[in-house]
Write a protein that binds this ligand. Structure first.
Ligand code: C5P
Length: 222
């Protein structure tokens, strides 16, 4: 795989609805980075899995990933709770993770020239996909805060779901994501912990920006 030299790479992992996406977007804007929400790729496949009556068709999925364009990941249909739960199920599959890895590595290390680097968020970004990045964060928040934030997002999207259903679904995904054998969600030793429970988006970003600025000063890019 082709790798660009001298780029800024930021790796983020987090459990569901911890605010990682919001912070990743702010980071991308501030440092002119390509942003990849890797969860959307799992959701994309999770949706195919649902449409295919919960059966794996590796060849078909591989073909879809090879043709996948970033703007496809903005599809609103990927935002439902059903699709998120399905994503957590297919995410346990080794072959699927392997197929997606190449796509993610390409975004991480060979972003289009107009960007100064990349920022990726997901569950195995700091531990597997961007293991060598010098800028790593583990963003988390209290489970009830996360459930409430996601519940409000669903309400804004006019989705019919109760707070308790969201809470249960997030708990279930946390369990699956943390306890699977392959690439489980965990905080790596070299990731900086950011707890967003009591922080506003702005306060949280201020903290993150100070850390990134210092890291760039010490390490240069990458
Ligand atoms: O981030 P998001 O909640 O959209 O991710 C949906 C699901 O995709 C997660 O619950 C997880 O099971 C899976 N995922 C993963 N590895 C990633 C990103 C997401 O296993 N890097």
């Amino acid at each position: 795989m082709k790798k660009r030299n001298n780029i800024i790479t930021v790796a983020i992992d987090s459990p569901a609805a911890a605010g990682a996406g919001t912070q990743a977007k702010l980071i991308a804007k501030e440092y002119n980075l390509l942003y990849l929400d890797t969860g959307k790729i799992y959701r994309f496949i999770g949706k195919l899995f649902l449409e295919n009556k919960n059966k794996f068709e590796y060849k078909f999925i591989n073909k879809k990933i090879k043709k996948l364009k970033l703007d496809k990941l903005n599809d609103k249909s990927l935002l439902s709770d059903k699709v998120a739960s399905s994503a957590s199920i297919i995410a346990k599959d080794f072959k699927i993770r392997k197929m997606i890895k190449k796509f993610q590595l390409n975004c991480a290390y060979n972003p289009p020239k107009k960007f100064s680097g990349s920022v990726l968020d997901g569950r195995d970004i700091t531990s597997v996909i961007m293991k060598n990045s010098k800028i790593k964060f583990y963003i988390t928040a209290n489970i009830k805060v996360r459930a409430m934030r996601r519940y409000k997002e669903y309400k804004n999207l006019k989705k019919k779901i109760t707070y308790n259903e969201v809470l249960k679904s997030i708990k279930n995904r946390d369990y699956l994501d943390r306890n699977r054998k392959i690439s489980p969600l965990k905080k790596t030793e070299d990731s900086i912990l950011i707890n967003t429970s009591k922080l506003s988006k702005k306060a949280c970003f201020k903290k993150i920006k100070a850390i990134i600025d210092r890291k760039i000063l010490i390490n240069g890019n990458i």
